[in-house]
Write a new protein. Structure first.
Length: 167
């Protein structure tokens, strides 16, 4: 099965996302929600340090192949889910709670990263770029060793969404 690359050059018309990828995004979101619920079950806990690495981030926004509606890609799913879960946990606690998350979004396509950067700004995450959100141009395999050094030094929990295997 050959992989047809996404075209991120048209900012008004994100690429189509097929049903199998939509299902994958639903699984990612449900897993992240449950992961956070389990790791923050103790009400005495005041935070969670988390690093998320998306090894094939894409441009962050797609059009649903069947409906044509806009749908979030994995970077926005990660960010929105963390924001929503942090607010939900905080609402149930009397002391402050914070998810201290860093995000590494990797793609070998510079156009995809530029598109993602514009989407992050549109969705209100622009101020976090370079502070908590890092857009890395290159392949996951090439960037992994240096990234692991940063992750190990930071400590905390880590979630990886690796890129697809080559055909």
């Amino acid at each position: 099965m050959s992989h047809k690359p996404y075209n991120w050059s048209n900012s008004r018309k994100p690429p189509l996302l097929q049903p199998h990828s939509i299902a994958k995004h639903e699984v990612i979101e449900a897993y992240l929600e449950r992961y956070i619920e389990v790791l923050t079950a103790d009400p005495r806990q005041d935070g969670l340090r988390l690093t998320i690495v998306d090894g094939f981030s894409g441009g962050g926004m797609y059009r649903h192949a069947e409906t044509g509606e806009l749908c979030a890609g994995s970077p926005l799913i990660f960010l929105d889910t963390i924001r929503r879960m942090e607010a939900a946990i905080q609402s149930e606690r009397t002391k402050d709670f914070c998810i201290d998350a860093n995000y590494y979004f990797i793609d070998s396509d510079a156009t995809a990263l530029a598109f993602l950067k514009s989407q992050l700004r549109k969705q209100g995450y622009g101020k976090l770029i370079g502070e908590r959100i890092f857009l890395l141009h290159g392949t996951f395999a090439r960037l992994f060793p240096g990234l692991m050094e940063v992750i190990i030094a930071r400590r905390g929990r880590v979630l990886f969404e690796p890129p697809p295997l080559p055909p």
